[in-house]
Design a protein around this ligand. Structure first.
Ligand code: NDP
Length: 282
């Protein structure tokens, strides 16, 4: 039976470190880290994320502000707001909540965020630094995954790591972080054939797919470490991951639950990046 990797516990540990870092920065420089979230439209999942982020900022004494814009906001209006935030000294981190409405060019908006305030780590400049191995801002979910592995003293070096999913937000950056920590990394996607043969080779298996219970026990090697990034709702509306938790936890050595695994880490690492950004201005 696998040991559960408790994202809430790791998160609490990291948030207490962040709160101490914020206090120290305030005492030494008078700077309060500030985070601005920009939300266009009324996607319920995004609203929940932004609400949780506000609470987490307040608990860590980080200044936060929200810009909720109507669905019909134009690309130019959004660019104007981003520019204003880029030049606002109170703000050290800017988060543009995705997804954006179809009439707005996401790439254009993400590139407009100053790379020095890009706490999501999505700007191509920061992606480049990450690939190079000298990251400024590490994307929050992948960073959270590494922090969890470290907290549980799980060795990465020399391991076979398999990442299912190749998105810019999760799959690609987590692959890069694992590679930099000397794993041998295989990245899978919807055209990988045969997927189960590849996943069965994994000592560390990361599922970032977005399909409920997609990773079944027969796809997992005995003793593997299984990280479930997925957030899906099943027919009853219950939150569920990409991994068949009941069956896979019988085989894995460590596993993250959903909820309570990777999820809480994402906001923690957003606060982490905001603090790091504020420190770099001092
Ligand atoms: P994307 O939809 O951007 O990417 C999904 C990836 O899964 C794609 O690369 C896709 O392949 C791959 N995929 C889809 N179907 C299959 C299949 N049958 N076999 C193999 N690979 C497949 O999703 P994200 O990376 O943004 O998110 C993934 C999941 O993680 C979602 O559930 C999301 O909600 C969750 N998430 C959770 C976060 C957290 O804080 N816990 C943060 C971010 C995301 P292809 O490229 O070929 O299409």
């Amino acid at each position: 039976m696998a040991e559960i990797i408790d994202g809430k516990k790791v998160s609490e540990h990291i948030r207490s470190q962040i709160a101490k870092g914020v206090d120290k920065l305030k005492q030494e420089t008078g700077i309060t880290p500030g985070l601005a979230a920009v939300l266009v439209g009324d996607d319920p999942a995004s609203e929940i994320y932004v609400r949780n982020k506000r609470r987490a900022c307040s608990n860590a004494s980080i200044y936060s502000e929200e810009h909720k814009l109507p669905l019909e906001t134009t690309e130019q209006e959004l660019l104007t707001l981003v520019d204003k935030l880029n030049n606002d000294p109170k703000i050290h981190g800017i988060l543009v909540q995705l997804p954006l409405p179809d009439h707005i060019n996401v790439t254009k908006i993400l590139r407009a965020v100053s790379p020095l305030k890009d706490v999501d780590g999505f700007h191509p400049y920061n992606v480049g630094l990450l690939v190079e191995g000298n990251p400024r801002f590490i994307p929050c979910t992948p960073h959270g995954i590494i922090k969890m592995l470290e907290f549980y003293n799980i060795d990465i070096s020399g391991k076979q790591a398999v990442v299912v999913g190749r998105s810019n937000i999760v799959g690609k950056p987590v692959s890069m972080l694992l590679l930099h920590r000397h794993a041998t990394v295989t990245v899978c996607h919807s055209r990988t054939k045969p997927l189960d043969e590849v996943t069965r080779r994994a000592d560390i298996l990361v599922a970032a797919i977005g399909r409920a219970n997609f990773i079944t026990a027969d796809m997992v090697k005995e003793g593997a470490v299984v990280i479930d990034v997925g957030i899906n709702r099943n027919e009853e509306g219950k939150l569920t991951g990409d991994v068949d938790f009941e069956a896979v936890s019988q085989k894995a050595s460590y596993i993250t639950p959903v909820p309570g695994g990777v999820g809480p880490m994402t906001i923690s690492m957003l606060l982490w990046n905001t603090l790091e950004s504020a420190k770099s201005t001092s």
